[in-house]
Design a protein around this ligand. Structure first.
Ligand code: GDP
Length: 298
């Protein structure tokens, strides 16, 4: 996903190599090029501004250290600032003191929520948990079946309303699911919710009602990293409409420009917890800001 950005940044930073000392003009022109590379990668403008300001200030104030030449020092600063906008430390999943931990997934239709529900619960199982999936997307006719298929593949039970029970009430399903999890001693409950093609009030209200009913320990906003600048608008709408405690980036295997992935943490103030990078259920991992930064810087 970050190939173009990665190439651009590497060549900008390579231009500094061999310079004994960096003048303010060198730093300014390097920052200008980095700025263009980020904007072309679709990184949101306020994020670009913060990022560049951080680099400029630190690069100009940097003491020449014995171990690193000036170019290496700039690379180090860019790397650290990149880790910073990606969230700094790896953020672990928040687990409830008294089980079950409730994790609610929210996001637009097609973002990859149902796929993620499978990936996340499979991962939780590997970590020694006893997860249960809950089908609260009762809008899309196939959603419940799709979750059941995914659940079966990772051998995680799915709590769903009986077929033929009409449209169903997702809030009632969510509440009943928590009771069932307590009874059957599932220590983590992953609640899949309905998405729409666009942001709409009813979707937000329904998600907020489910949230109020199950009091999740984590609300994870699932966002397709390929949707570019729209990711930021969508994230803001979900932040204001439902609120979330963490972000999951999906489709990082795509060939889009990926700026969304670099913007969403800074724009929403919420950490990225997981990354999904393929259609297979094992294409999933904890998100590590430092590893992502290294990947981008090549
Ligand atoms: P939902 O509507 O949010 O539940 O989204 P789905 O889980 O149904 O995913 C929508 C489509 O995206 C499906 O075709 C998935 O196979 C695909 N998908 C989900 N995650 C990824 C991913 O990380 N990479 C790729 N390439 N495709 C994905």
């Amino acid at each position: 996903m970050f190939d173009t950005l990665s190439d651009r940044l590497s060549s900008v930073l390579a231009n500094l190599r061999g310079k004994g000392r960096l003048s303010d003009t060198d730093i300014d022109s390097t920052c200008r090029e980095i700025r263009i590379a980020l904007l072309e990668a679709d990184v949101a403008l306020p994020v670009v501004r913060t990022f560049i300001a951080g680099i400029k200030e630190r690069a100009k104030g940097a003491e020449v250290s014995g171990a690193l030449n000036p170019a290496q020092q700039v690379v180090k600063i860019v790397n650290e600032e990149l880790i910073g906008i990606l969230g700094g430390e790896t953020r672990r999943l928040n687990l409830a003191k008294t089980p079950p931990t409730v994790i609610m997934l929210a996001g637009l239709q097609g973002a990859g929520k149902t796929t993620l529900a499978g990936k996340l619960s499979g991962w939780l199982k590997k970590q020694g948990h006893t997860p249960m999936l809950v089908a609260c997307d009762l809008q899309r006719p196939n959603a419940v079946t799709q979750l059941q298929v995914v659940g079966e593949r990772v051998s995680v039970p799915v709590f769903a309303p009986e077929p033929g029970n009409g449209v169903g009430d997702p809030v009632a399903v969510a509440k009943a699911a928590i009771e069932e999890a307590k009874r059957a001693q599932h220590d983590v409950v992953v609640v899949d919710t309905a998405g729409r093609l666009g942001i709409d009030e009813e979707l937000m209200r329904q998600a907020a009602d489910i949230r109020d009913a199950v009091r999740p320990d984590e609300v994870l906003f699932v966002v397709d990293a390929m949707i570019g600048q729209d990711a930021v608008t969508t994230a803001e709408a979900f932040r204001d409409g439902v609120g979330f405690t963490g972000v999951v980036l999906t489709k990082l295997d795509g060939d889009a420009r990926g700026g969304a992935a670099l913007s969403v943490r800074e724009v929403t103030g919420q950490p990225i917890l997981f990354a999904s990078n393929g259609e297979k259920l094992e294409d999933f991992d904890v998100f590590h800001p430092d590893r992502m930064a290294s990947r981008i810087l090549g």
